[in-house]
Design a protein around this ligand. Sequence first.
Ligand code: ZN
Length: 269
Amino acid sequence: MVIGYAHARMNPIYRTEPYRQSAETKLLQVQRKADGNWLLLFADMLFYPGGGGQPGDQGAIYLGEKRFEVQGFEKQKGDVWIVTQDEETDLTSYQKSLARMELDWAFRYRAMQMHTLQHALGAATRLVFSGYETRGMTILPDLSQCDMRFVTADKPRDPTLAETLQHTESAIAADLPVEAVYFNSAAEAREHFGEVLRMDPRLPEYKGRARVVVINPEGAGSSLQDASPCGGTHLRNLSEIPAVELLDCQPAEEPGEWVLSFTLSRGSR
Ligand SMILES: [Zn+2]
């Protein structure tokens, strides 16, 4: 949940401008790893490196005339380094030069749709099931499915799952806005949002700056309102979510814990 980037040299564009598809930036530093892969650190970071159950972005970097595929990410002291492979080029020669980053936008947008839907479904699940507590979620690497964990005293059945879906679809139809807000600590966020804040109570108390993703900040037009600590990328409005399909709801290993699996229809709205 966090966002302790106090020592970072990199400006995380993915966090401040999630709809940005390309960026010009400076290559600050290059490292060669023992396995031959290159690690690149840029002044600005367009790509979401993954985390919190959301897969990392895909895309490419252009240095001069050459194109380098983004193959992964490595986090070091608040910075995110891009992993790439190239046997023929000495990438240290590009150090301090300008680069262009190009996001695989279709992949990112789909990830944002699924992730933002997960926030909305989590909020709807809380409205329906007694003794609700949130747990983690995982979006599959190919974005075909999201598995969201939660705890309830009830056994989820078809009617209650249908009710959950209905709350979610109403919230989508109500065009509810989504925004990220920052607090100095989780305690401050809790004080601000009260019951609206949805947090896994088992997580250790987070002391640093907290980023909270809020659905329907004004609490208008729908019974659905939500605030969840999250560092991922999100849509600016629920109206951008295409049709939702619930796939399955199965008990998890822990007593009272369930895994709700869902997906997006391929159509766009
Ligand atoms: Zn999120």
